[in-house]
Design a protein around this ligand. Structure first.
Ligand SMILES: Nc1nc2c(ncn2[C@@H]2O[C@H](COP(=O)(O)OP(=O)(O)O)[C@@H](O)[C@H]2O)c(=O)[nH]1
Ligand SMILES: [Mg+2]
Length: 255
């Protein structure tokens, strides 16, 4: 496979457990290069990766000494990638929930439309937890309100291709968006900044503990963070951003 010089896969990982290695191996089957940001993990999950990276030059591992959250890990990764001349990153979860066989379609769409944020529109199976699906409906409605449009099909699904320059600009606008608030906040901010979106359906799996599924989503801590996120975005929108947001209305594209 010819490695791309513009588009790379970026996988943020924190204490992912045994699923990390198989997720990275799967990603490598579909695209080169793949970079993993190990975010202060303490569970030993990065060790088998180091062995794989020793024989696979298209895999790079970046270590963060301290856990900083998904958004912080993505920022570390894109800073390094921009410094090496890459322009776009497909960000995916480290635990096998996201469909590696859709990587190529997402990347080719991004190469065709490099200005766009390519968003996954999740298709859930019957195993998806009821309360996560309900919470999601509220997040979708809020993202529609915050952008005065339906250009963000799903603000929580993390399987996306980002143009990295506008992603970095959006991250640097705020000290938040470093944990689980990363996905919804950054999508809304990029739309506010005038980045067009393309929404592509893609399956999302929920894995049982027996299958190696691990979730760091803490219902109390992360839902409080989400409420705070929406209060911040809505107050900014109503106080000063609304005229600009009205001006940047993009057609919603489902590819
Ligand atoms: N870098 C980093 N990534 C994280 C952190 N917490 C979660 N993630 C990543 O974000 C993705 C989603 O997290 P996960 O715990 O699976 O949450 P869930 O899928 O929403 O239940 C996974 O790829 C994780 O590795 C963190 O503290 N740091
Ligand atoms: Mg997960």
């Amino acid at each position: 496979m010819t490695p791309s010089s513009t588009h790379l896969i970026l996988i943020p990982s924190y204490n992912t457990g045994p699923r990390l290695l198989s997720t990275v191996e799967e990603a490598l089957r579909f695209w080169h290069p793949v970079w993993v940001v190990v975010d202060g993990s303490t569970d030993g999950s990065a060790e088998p990766l180091a062995a794989l990276a020793a024989r696979e030059p298209q895999l790079r591992i970046i270590h963060r000494a301290q856990n900083g959250g998904k958004g912080a890990a993505v920022l570390t990764g894109i800073d390094a990638a921009l410094a090496e001349g890459f322009t776009h990153a497909l960000v995916m979860d480290s635990d096998g929930q996201h469909p590696a066989d859709h990587i190529e379609r997402f990347m080719l769409t991004s190469q065709r439309e490099p200005a766009a944020l390519v968003l996954g529109l999740p298709i859930f199976g019957p195993e998806a937890p009821f309360e996560r699906l309900q919470g999601r409906k509220l997040s979708v409605a809020l993202a529609h309100f915050q952008t005065f449009s339906r250009v963000i099909g799903d603000p929580l699904f993390g399987f996306r291709v980002y143009p990295m320059v506008p992603l970095r600009a959006a991250l640097l606008q705020t000290r938040a968006a470093r944990g689980f608030d990363f996905d919804p906040e950054i999508a809304v901010r990029m739309v506010w900044d005038g980045v067009p979106t393309i929404n592509i359906p893609a399956p999302c799996k929920y894995l049982t503990k027996a299958d190696g599924g691990v979730s760091h989503f803490n219902y109390l801590r992360d839902n409080v963070k989400m409420v705070w996120l929406h209060l911040r975005l809505i107050s900014q929108l109503l106080l000063w951003r609304w005229p600009a947001v009205i001006r940047v209305r993009h057609p919603r594209v489902v590819s």
